[in-house]
Design a protein around this ligand. Structure first.
Ligand code: TRP
Ligand code: MN
Length: 451
């Protein structure tokens, strides 16, 4: 167990990116309520995910972490959750089939609400209003009233996470994810795209393989491996008072786990070594991640590894790089080298989204699919050069047919962005773009590893 740590020890460290709650007593009331609620996940599940991630760290498996930039209180329905799952399952099948290794599926969902902001305030007309920090804190409308941090939202976020997780468990264990339904995950607007057609072919091959197995006498109906998947949950551990309220002592091991999600990560803006976020996450037993931006040095990465994973437990720490397509290859190599030299077992995952955001001519925040895939390509090449395993990808996506990112086989243009721009935060890949990314990622890894 971590030395000199408790679920509240972060409170004596400098903290960034917290809302200014107007009424402390009201905040305490909401936090006490959550602290009395049941945990959302179980410590044993977090340990299973960590064991899977240990396989990723060893180069025997791949990590697919994907979902919303920020979940929304309004855009909350069975359809929305199902469409997101469908595209994650499709991507996972493509990666598993093409790369021939197990894929750990981790959603940015069931708790991914809180957002860090570059400024505490925003100017609207001639008024200064607090920035939008995600539906767990305030509302996005550009008025002072909408932006007041409201503690009841913490409670609502807990309930929405519980309902989302319940549906994810039902879908992934109740037959929806069975491999004989691989065709059914291809929604119409995806199926009609080039990536969707390619997917149909792959699905047919899987069908034939299942037929073959049945013909040999194997009972594919009762085999749980073929019928069920594990989709784990994750989010940025940003609002530490909320995370603390869901941190519980595991009765079987006596260790502390943050039971708001299976995996938690630290953002690029809150990864100071002596800061509150690093202090909090170093003490929980969950597998954790940390974003790694372009300014990071090899020495700093090693310090992070030493602080967050002093016992060097494989699968415990995932480093999620987000450097931008132009910086990744040269920026990443010295870090890979330094970590390899240190002997720290880490999962390296590529977030190709956050370093490639720009504002289009019509004022929308967007990302080009070619830059996103270009960053994955640089990531894969850097790993190949250093002899390390490009362990995974971390993607912002939705199953819906939105127009938030440009490019892809349909060639979404700047001028199209207004037609379905629905995100409450960063621009997400739509279902078609996500599937195209999965095919191209699998190809990049396959061809680079074999050269
Ligand atoms: N259980 C296996 C796995 O998770 C196989 C599997 C079943 C699967 N349904 C799936 C893989 C859906 C990807 C997507 O890998
Ligand atoms: Mn984002």
């Amino acid at each position: 167990m971590a030395k000199d740590w408790s679920p509240t020890s972060w409170r004596t460290h400098p903290i960034k990116q917290q809302p200014r709650w107007p009424d402390e007593a009201d905040l305490d009331r909401a936090l006490k309520q959550i602290a009395g609620y049941p945990p959302l996940v179980f410590a044993g599940e977090a340990r299973s995910l960590q064991a899977g991630l240990a396989q990723v760290a060893a180069g025997n498996a791949f990590l697919l972490q994907a979902g919303d930039c920020a979940e929304s209180f309004e855009d909350f329905s069975a359809d929305n959750i199902r469409e997101k799952l469908r595209v994650i399952l499709q991507m996972a099948v493509v990666l598993t089939y093409s790369m021939g290794v197990p894929v750990m599926k981790v959603g940015r969902l069931a708790g991914q609400f809180a957002k860090p902001r570059s400024a505490d305030f925003e100017t609207v007309g001639d008024a200064e209003i607090p920035s939008f920090r995600g539906h767990i804190v305030n509302a996005e409308g550009p008025t002072a009233a909408a932006r007041v941090p409201t503690p009841d939202r913490l409670v609502q976020a807990y309930h929405q996470s519980a309902a989302t997780l319940n549906l994810v468990r039902a879908f992934t264990k109740g037959g929806f994810a069975a491999l004989d339904r691989v065709h059914a995950w291809n929604q119409e607007f995806v199926a009609s795209s080039p990536a969707g057609q390619r997917y149909e072919q792959l699905a047919q091959e899987i069908d034939r393989a299942l037929h073959f197995m049945r013909a040999t006498g194997m009972d594919t109906e009762s085999n749980a491996n073929l019928r069920q998947v594990d989709v784990w949950t994750s989010h940025e551990a940003l609002l530490l008072s909320y995370e603390e309220a869901l941190t519980r002592q595991d009765s079987t091991t006596g260790h502390w786990y943050d039971c708001s999600a299976h995996m938690l990560w630290i953002g690029e803006r809150t990864r100071d070594l002596d800061g509150a976020h690093v202090e909090f996450l170093r003490g929980v037993g969950n597998p954790i991640g940390c974003k790694v931006g372009p300014s990071m040095t090899g020495e700093q990465v090693i310090d992070l590894c030493e602080t967050l994973n002093p016992a060097r437990i494989p699968g415990r720490l995932t480093l999620i790089t987000r450097m931008g397509v132009d910086a990744i290859e040269d920026g990443l190599r010295p870090l890979l080298h330094a970590v390899k030299d240190s002997g720290h077992p880490v999962v390296w995952a590529c977030d190709p989204m956050h370093g490639n955001t720009y504002t289009s001519e019509n004022g929308r925040k967007t990302r080009h699919l070619e830059s996103v895939i270009g960053e994955i390509e640089g990531f894969v090449r850097a790993h190949h050069a250093e002899g390390t395993w490009p362990g995974g990808i971390h993607i912002e996506l939705t199953g819906e047919n939105v127009t938030e990112c440009v490019g892809g086989a349909d060639d979404v243009q700047d001028a199209d962005l207004d037609s379905r721009y629905e995100t409450v935060c960063d621009p997400r890949l739509n279902g078609r773009q996500s599937l195209e990314l999965a095919f191209r990622t699998a190809e990049l890894i396959r061809t680079t590893q074999s050269s």
